[in-house]
Design a protein around this ligand. Structure first.
Ligand SMILES: *[C@@H]1O[C@H](CO)[C@@H](O)[C@H](O)[C@H]1NC(C)=O
Ligand SMILES: *[C@@H]1O[C@H](CO)[C@@H](O)[C@H](O)[C@H]1NC(C)=O
Ligand SMILES: *[C@@H]1O[C@H](CO)[C@@H](O)[C@H](O)[C@H]1NC(C)=O
Ligand SMILES: *[C@@H]1O[C@H](CO)[C@@H](O)[C@H](O)[C@H]1NC(C)=O
Ligand SMILES: *[C@@H]1O[C@H](CO)[C@@H](O)[C@H](O)[C@H]1NC(C)=O
Ligand SMILES: *[C@@H]1O[C@H](CO)[C@@H](O)[C@H](O)[C@H]1NC(C)=O
Ligand SMILES: *[C@@H]1O[C@H](CO)[C@@H](O)[C@H](O)[C@H]1NC(C)=O
Length: 366
């Protein structure tokens, strides 16, 4: 899989139904975001030497002022849109950016939430061992310092209350699946999935111990359908279409994660969750693109060569004419429109896509 760009990152997720989000009336919850490039709003920009970044054009071309912010997107990403559905303007800023602020500004920001997500990150530390990124384990350590800072600021009781009402949005797992295939692992699928699920269980339990109660989680999309993986399939096997072995992993991952969360919720008092089926959301769009207004679901909008996936999305890359008609922005990531549809479904979608409750229900007090 030598053609994979070193921007080991993830794919997409999406949806087709158009549900009108109910106007957020409840007070918006504080949102903490963890995960990989699908939720990164600039973290890696603050990591000297990181090669997994997107802080240059054409990224950000549809962001306010066409500004590249480090988001792996033409505009806002799913973390931004999830926040928006909860009545917040966009994702809270990256933790590493907050660290550059003066202490009083830093503390003021904490009350509004933090984004820890880092492109290239995985559930397993080894997934990003060759990259300068912040793996999930490290993101949780960063969150624990934020919790210390909140405790110093508003006291332990108010911190517990605030965190118990906060939404923890997590989008991770794709890079672990890419890693399995890139290293030509011979481990049986079930064994690898069970390692990933143990890691997820460990991370969620740690967040719970630190006060998190409401988890909004999206599972891995059909990563084998990313332009980068379609390209490999074409160059190596000479056929068009998705790389199905990776999709099988993504599907098994969803089933195992669904079981894990059900199990955890019966063991940890007050634990509440909503799991988005990223696989189903995206595959339904890929199989029926016109229903959600897409015309191209196999090529990158921004890139080079075959499927526009043979070179990175940079300032001299070729750009598709209408970005709203493309599912993929670059060879790994969804467009702004796809991210919007995914967030909309997470927030207000039916149990077919998000269960046992949707994010809007998750936010309600209980
Ligand atoms: C918002 O909530 C208040 C109090 O619960 C209610 O009276 C009002 O009608 C709601 N507004 C909307 C737009 O739902
Ligand atoms: C936040 O907490 C960490 C760890 O307890 C501490 O080192 C840091 O100084 C605190 N930052 C601020 C601005 O209070
Ligand atoms: C990291 O790089 C080494 C040496 O190139 C390689 O053998 C190993 O498979 C890589 N690890 C991962 C997780 O990609
Ligand atoms: C994995 O296998 C492919 C195809 O046989 C090969 O080109 C590649 O170098 C291998 N990668 C690693 C990390 O061993
Ligand atoms: C549920 O969790 C418990 C405790 O972590 C574990 O022992 C058990 O095997 C799990 N059951 C299933 C079905 O995953
Ligand atoms: C963009 O990527 C292409 C293909 O790798 C490369 O040839 C070109 O120099 C890059 N452009 C910039 C501005 O970095
Ligand atoms: C999502 O949850 C809301 C709030 O409980 C509910 O009213 C709505 O019907 C759900 N959406 C769908 C499409 O099931």
């Amino acid at each position: 899989m030598t053609k994979i760009h070193n921007s080991v990152s993830l794919c997409l997720f999406v949806i087709l139904i158009n549900i009108i989000p109910h106007s957020a009336n409840e007070t918006a919850p504080t949102i903490f975001i963890l995960g990989d490039s699908t939720a990164d709003v600039g973290t890696n920009t603050y990591l000297p030497g990181s090669t997994v970044r997107a802080d240059f054009p054409h990224n950000g071309i549809d962001f306010p002022n066409s500004r590249p912010t480090g988001r792996f997107s033409n505009g806002f990403n799913s973390a931004d849109f999830v926040a928006k559905f909860f009545g917040i303007k966009r994702s809270p800023p990256p933790f590493l950016f907050l660290l550059t602020l003066k202490p009083n500004h830093f503390r003021k920001h904490l009350l509004k939430g933090v984004n820890f997500a880092s492109g290239g990150a995985g559930l397993l530390d080894i997934t990003s061992s060759n990259l300068t990124v912040v793996p999930l384990s490290q993101q949780i350590i960063q969150f624990s310092t934020v919790r210390d800072n909140l405790t110093a600021l508003i006291g332990p009781a108010a911190t517990d209350t605030m965190l118990s009402k906060s939404l923890f949005f997590i989008s991770i797992g794709s890079n672990d699946i890419f890693g399995y295939f890139m290293t030509n692992s011979t481990m049986p699928k079930d064994q690898y999935i069970s390692i990933l699920i143990s890691a997820y269980s460990y991370h969620i339990t740690n967040l719970y111990k630190l006060g998190a109660r409401k988890f909004g989680i999206i599972s891995v999309p059909p990563v084998g359908c990313c332009p980068s993986q379609r390209l490999i399939q074409k160059l190596i096997n000479g056929v068009d279409g998705c790389f199905e072995p990776e999709n099988d992993f993504a599907l098994s991952f969803y089933t195992a994660l669904d079981n894990l969360l059900l199990n955890i919720s019966s063991q940890l008092p007050g634990f509440k969750y909503s799991l988005g089926n990223g696989y189903r959301m995206a595959i339904d769009v890929i199989e029926n693109p016109h229903a959600s207004g897409f015309e191209n679901v196999d090529s990158a909008c921004c890139g080079y060569g075959l499927l526009n996936a043979q070179g990175p999305c940079n300032s001299t890359a070729s750009l598709c004419p209408d970005r709203r008609k493309y599912l993929f922005w670059d060879s790994f990531h969804p467009t702004k429109k796809a991210a919007y549809l995914a967030a909309q479904t997470l927030y207000n979608g039916p149990p077919y896509y998000v269960s046992p409750i949707n994010f809007s229900q998750l936010a309600k007090d209980y």
